[in-house]
Design a binder for this molecule. Structure first.
Ligand code: NAD
Length: 365
């Protein structure tokens, strides 16, 4: 099992270090290789996704990714900004399906910004299409102007676009995922205003004919945004396009208490995946041992389940995380309800101890 480890920038290096310790503690035959990505790669090699990093990702069975970005790169031309590395990896690895589970751990219901009764037992899955939509349509604006800026420009636009095969394949993935869970799928669109999303709705409805055991409903994105905070437990699996998925999955993240708890997987047609926390590089807390490493550790569990076919090991990690939370350990972002405040490294120590069958508190002292 060859795993490419791409820590990236900011808290990326801190949280990935803890996730790698957890991988080591599993005692499985992983072969890991680290490479630079994002701002760190730009500083060293002049590009956020150097050829060697891409080659490593392509040759690995799975990629563990931290986070990239820093405000100091905001003035760089777009192609050299750290975030371009993620788009490049998605494109080159053919990653089209982004899975973001939003699961509210029993011990963290008080950390949610919603009332505990609205989120207790919450377990929803948002599936976001990653390769189409307005993020990849034809843009016009800064890049066409002679000085690379908007000065003097009269307009700017981006084009929303989806092809039939792109919608069909994400619809199949979503119906299959719903089949493994509560058998309910909500397709989120804006078919009342956008042609692209009427097309989306029609194709999802066509694909549904092959999954009669799954209940399908369609919802406009504005209503979905509202329902996610009004009654999030009404959902089982949500499937949506790239931009709506980007926004709704962050909204769902907060329901669970902290974005620091949410793992994600981006998969291609052959099941190879890139696994990363849902959050960014958090420059505001980087280097302070404050970041919650659990989203990254739980991303390792997703990697074991989806790409490495070791659901037993995934279960072990998730059980270890639950036991650490049950023991009262909390990083600052999920502090509510905790009994012992810990940093990034100590949270990693505790998960490793729990995996090794020792109680969380003994190693922390
Ligand atoms: P962010 O997710 O980095 O941070 C948002 C807030 O959540 C911050 O207050 C941060 O301290 C907090 N936070 C995030 N992760 C946390 C964790 N594990 N533990 C505790 N608190 C955590 O989003 P942002 O501030 O909008 O962006 C910062 C940088 O990250 C930008 O350069 C952005 O482009 C980049 N970014 C990268 C990715 C990625 O690498 N996949 C995703 C989103 C943003």
């Amino acid at each position: 099992m060859k795993i490419a480890i791409l820590p990236g920038d900011g808290i990326g290096t801190e949280i990935v270090a803890q996730a790698v310790r957890v991988m080591d503690a599993l005692g499985l035959p992983f072969e890991t290789e680290h490479a630079l990505v994002g701002g760190a790669a730009y500083e060293a090699h002049g590009h956020p996704l150097p050829a060697a990093t891409l080659a490593l990702a392509q040759s690995a069975d799975a990629v563990l990714f931290g986070a990239v970005g820093d405000w100091k790169y905001d003035t760089l031309e777009r192609a050299l900004r750290p975030e371009q590395a993620i788009l490049g990896l998605r494109k080159n690895l053919g990653l089209f399906a982004n899975f973001r589970p939003a699961l509210c751990y029993e011990q963290l219901t008080d950390a949610s910004s919603l009332k505990p009764e609205l989120v207790a037992g919450l377990d929803i899955l948002i599936i976001r299409e990653l390769t189409g939509d307005i993020y990849f349509g034809q843009p016009r604006g800064r890049r066409e102007s002679p000085d690379g800026a908007f000065a003097g420009a009269e307009e700017a636009f981006d084009t929303m676009r989806y092809s039939r095969p792109e919608i069909e394949r994400i619809a199949h993935v979503a119906f299959q995922a719903a089949r493994q869970r509560g058998k309910r799928l909500t397709s989120v669109d804006k078919a009342n205003v956008l042609e692209t999303f009427q097309f989306w709705r029609d194709i999802v409805t066509e694909v549904h004919a092959q999954y009669p055991d799954v209940e399908l409903d369609h919802m406009y994105v504005d209503n979905a945004a509202m329902q996610l905070v009004r009654a999030p437990k009404r959902f089982d699996v949500i499937v949506t396009g790239n931009m709506f998925g980007d926004i709704l999955s962050d909204e769902a993240a907060m329901l669970t208490g902290s974005i620091g708890m949410l793992p994600s997987a981006s998969l291609n047609a052959s099941g190879k995946g890139l696994y990363e926390p849902s959050h960014g590089s958090a420059p505001d807390i980087a280097g302070k041992n404050l970041a919650n490493p659990l989203a990254t550790i739980l991303s390792v569990a997703m990697m074991l389940r989806f790409s490495l076919h070791r659901p037993d090991a995934a279960d072990r990690i998730e059980a270890a995380v639950r036991s650490v939370l049950a023991a009262g350990l909390r990083t600052a972002d999920i502090w509510s309800g905790g009994t012992q405040k810990v940093g990034t490294r100590e949270m990693g120590d505790a998960v490793v101890s729990a995996l090794q069958g020792r109680t969380a508190k003994t190693t922390i002292g």
